[in-house]
Design a protein around this ligand. Structure first.
Ligand SMILES: Cc1cc2nc3c(=O)[nH]c(=O)nc-3n(C[C@H](O)[C@H](O)[C@H](O)COP(=O)(O)OP(=O)(O)OC[C@H]3O[C@@H](n4cnc5c(N)ncnc54)[C@H](O)[C@@H]3O)c2cc1C
Length: 395
């Protein structure tokens, strides 16, 4: 009764996609989901509207210690393929910006779509099944849940990442990876705000709520996008993306006026000084960034005394405070606030064509549990769909 061709642990984005593809190939498929409702993360995604893909998704949008791994799956199942499924279900959507596609209405439509596609192919979806353990013997995987035993010769681990534990994220995927001798790339929260250390906390905490467009760089990575000052650190799309590249102890650089740079503003400051007056410069800056922020970052760097007496070093320090403000975050805001997890099961031990573990035939890992993390903007769902599709064609 309880034997299947394919058992999928986790009824989220990747698991449900994989289930439908496998069932469409005639497989008898069981999905076991710990929550009482399927795909709880989809429901909260994109502010409740689910940014379900990105028109421009490509390998460069992903972070992994094995970057070549994503190419095959992303090419095999593209944003266009998922859009075709959404269109066929007449779910209204729109492009918000930069290729980011959101539902016009609730993200629930995407969950209903994934579940109904599965049902139409005969997928069995069991909810409220928190799987704790998997036994592998004689080529078969078996799982005990709520007093029943289920078994299948193929097992797909689609248990997601560690972010948002309030929705029941679990580390089952890591436990299974270890059980089967796979390496884990140290996980950490990503697509999350970065917390101020004490000095920046003093400098910025009363500016919470200010948001503006800035340039941010972290090592070789850089981006111009919106930032938000919060009471405990910096957030907003640019910082969320920065968190994907940031490592503890590393410096972040902010250009508060990204249309200009240190050199151009230094030259301007020298000219303003020669023409005699700080007023002109203050107006220039206040027209470009909120005045309270301008006061905090620039006026402080200006030093007291006559404007005409400011040394070139002082003018350079002022230009740097505006265009190359550097700080070392104390930490991220943590998994409770993070949209995703960076790191995960090492993909070097997984087939990039099928997602099957090379040394354990029949065992597959898909979605966020793997060491593949997308930037902000629909890339993580595209990875869930693409990796789920690849495995679904192979299980
Ligand atoms: C607040 C928020 C907003 C987001 N917004 C977006 C967005 O707009 N666009 C985007 O691309 N990405 C977004 N993401 C990221 C995206 O949700 C994930 O990358 C994606 O859901 C990963 O798919 P997955 O199937 O690998 O994991 P999940 O969708 O997390 O699915 C894993 C499933 O496994 C289940 N599970 C875990 N452990 C067990 C167990 N022991 N037994 C049984 N079941 C188990 C979980 O309950 C879960 O349903 C957002 C994430 C968050 C937290």
């Amino acid at each position: 009764m309880n034997s299947y061709d394919v058992m999928i642990l986790g009824g989220g984005a990747a698991g449900l996609m994989c289930a439908t593809e496998a069932a469409a190939r005639g497989r008898k498929v069981l999905v076991m989901e710990q929550s009482q409702k399927p795909a709880p993360k989809i429901l909260v995604s994109g502010g409740g509207r689910c940014n379900f893909t990105n028109l421009h998704a490509k390998p460069a949008n992903y972070v992994s210690t094995n970057p070549a791994f994503v190419h095959h799956a992303l090419a095999k199942f593209t944003p266009k393929d998922f859009i075709a499924i959404v269109k066929a279900a007449s779910i209204p959507y729109h492009e918000k910006k930069d290729g980011q596609l959101f539902c016009d209405r609730s993200a629930k439509a995407i969950i209903e779509l994934l579940v109904s596609r599965g049902e139409s192919k005969g997928v069995t979806l069991l909810l409220g099944q928190k799987v704790e353990e998997v036994v592998h013997a004689d080529g078969s995987f078996s799982v005990k849940s709520n007093g029943e035993t289920y078994s299948a010769p193929r097992l797909v681990v689609a248990t997601g990442g560690l972010s948002w534990p309030q929705l029941g994220a679990s580390d089952l995927g890591f436990k299974l990876a270890q059980q089967f001798g796979l390496k884990i790339i140290e996980p950490s929260p990503a697509l999350v705000g970065l917390a101020f250390a004490e000095k920046e906390m003093e400098q910025f905490k009363d500016l919470a709520g200010i948001h503006l467009r800035v340039g941010v760089s972290c090592g070789d990575w850089k981006m111009v996008e919106d930032i938000m000052i919060t009471h405990k650190g910096l957030s907003g799309p640019v910082m969320l993306n920065a968190s994907l590249y940031w490592k503890p102890g590393q410096e972040i650089e902010v250009n508060w006026v990204p249309e200009f740079n240190v050199e151009s503003t230094y030259e301007k400051l020298k000219k303003d000084k020669a023409e005699g007056g700080r007023g002109k410069f203050r107006v220039w800056l206040s027209e470009r960034i909120p005045r309270r922020l301008a006061e905090r970052i620039a006026w402080n760097a200006e030093a007291r005394g006559a404007w005409s007496a400011l040394s070139d070093e002082r003018l350079m320090a002022l230009a740097k405070a505006i265009h190359a403000y550097r700080f070392i975050p104390a930490d991220t805001f943590g998994y409770r606030m993070a949209e995703v997890m960076r790191g995960g099961v090492d993909t070097r031990e997984i087939s990039r064509e099928t997602m099957e573990v090379k040394k354990v035939p029949g065992l597959f890992f898909i979605g966020e549990v793997l060491d593949v993390t997308g930037q902000l903007g629909g890339f993580n769902f595209q990875w869930a769909w693409a990796s789920g599709f690849s495995a679904g064609q192979a299980v």
